[in-house]
Design a protein around this ligand. Structure first.
Ligand code: APR
Ligand code: ZN
Length: 285
């Protein structure tokens, strides 16, 4: 019965809760949509990565490029994809910077991301706040025996020279430690699941929530947790946005624009701008 409160202006409640420091355990659950403004395409938008790779590599379905069994048989297409996927120059977006800013305010519990670009860390998020559910592009290993390899050797000596790197122990092609279809999620995803139970506000941003088991996270949040879905398109499989008694709020649009407005409405604009300036200036150094 506790949550039978009617929320007539959900957005205003979020703004006031942030302004009055009511929310102390904020969770972020993110996908590729928060990095598109950094120049990294998402997967399923019409101009996303899947639309590009299916034709280019003559795949039966786009996910095949990230399918472990297909990769082991024919690593060439994925190596070629990696060759064009250079994100070293990409800068964190306002959305990433907002996460870093809230971490600095010490009100972030955890950030679960499906992204492998690491832009959260460039935005000042401490590594211990991060759960990279789909792995990281900064490390490489053998997908069969787990033997670790140097990502820079993989990229510079093999990928960029159109050669395939094979495991010295079991002769499987080596790949970055990003999770492929057919691989289980890292143990860190399982171990950190516990943190969702202490969360009072969750921003779910830039994801189509199509990939299991990551897409189960919003559903596992404790009832009574505010769930703010920030996305260009509506995904309502897991939410009750239209129920004025629910704490589900859909903010439709580009995440950077929504974050900018939210920061403005809360009254953090100057402080946030200073934070962004500091971080971005240091990146350039
Ligand atoms: N602001 C807000 N939303 C955006 C923006 C933006 N600037 N750009 C794109 N979006 C939305 C899209 O409308 C889409 O709903 O972000 C969502 C991105 O969805 P996907 O492309 O499916 O990406 P994601 O949900 O992260 O995919 C999950 O699929 O192939 C696997 O492992 C891969 O981690 C990836 C997983
Ligand atoms: Zn091996």
């Amino acid at each position: 019965m506790g949550n039978k409160v009617e929320h007539t202006n959900k957005y205003q409640e979020i703004v006031e809760g942030l302004r009055n420091n009511t929310f102390k355990n904020i969770m972020f659950i993110t996908g590729a949509g928060i990095s598109t403004a950094a120049g990294i395409p998402d997967f399923r938008s019409k101009d996303g990565c899947f639309a590009q790779v299916q034709k280019k590599y003559n795949l039966s379905y786009p996910e095949q490029l990230f399918q472990l069994s297909s990769f082991k048989q024919n690593p060439g297409p994925f190596y070629d994809f990696c060759k064009g996927f250079n994100i070293d120059h990409c800068k964190p977006t306002k959305t990433h910077l907002f996460m870093g800013y809230l971490c600095k305010k010490n009100i972030v519990k955890k950030i679960y991301t499906q992204n492998v670009d690491g832009l959260e860390l460039k935005a000042g998020v401490p590594i211990n706040k991060m759960v990279f559910a789909h792995g990281k592009i900064t490390e490489a290993a053998c997908p069969s025996c787990g033997k670790e390899y140097d990502i820079n050797v993989l990229r510079d000596e093999y990928v960029m020279k159109d050669k395939i790197m094979y495991c010295e122990s079991c002769n499987t092609p080596i790949k970055p430690k990003v999770i492929f279809y057919g691989e289980s999620l890292p143990i860190s995803f399982i171990l950190n699941f516990i943190f969702i139970y202490g969360c009072d506000l969750a921003f779910i941003m830039g994801s189509s929530l199509r990939v299991y088991p990551f897409n189960q996270l919003p559903d596992k949040l404790p009832s009574g947790t505010w769930r703010v879905f920030v996305n260009k398109e509506k995904v309502d499989d897991f939410f009750n946005f239209d129920d004025s008694y629910s704490k589900d709020l859909f903010l439709e649009g580009y995440s950077d624009e929504i974050i900018d407005k939210l920061v403005q409405d809360v009254g953090w604009q100057n402080d946030f701008n200073n934070y962004c300036e500091n971080i971005l200036n240091n990146l350039g150094k």
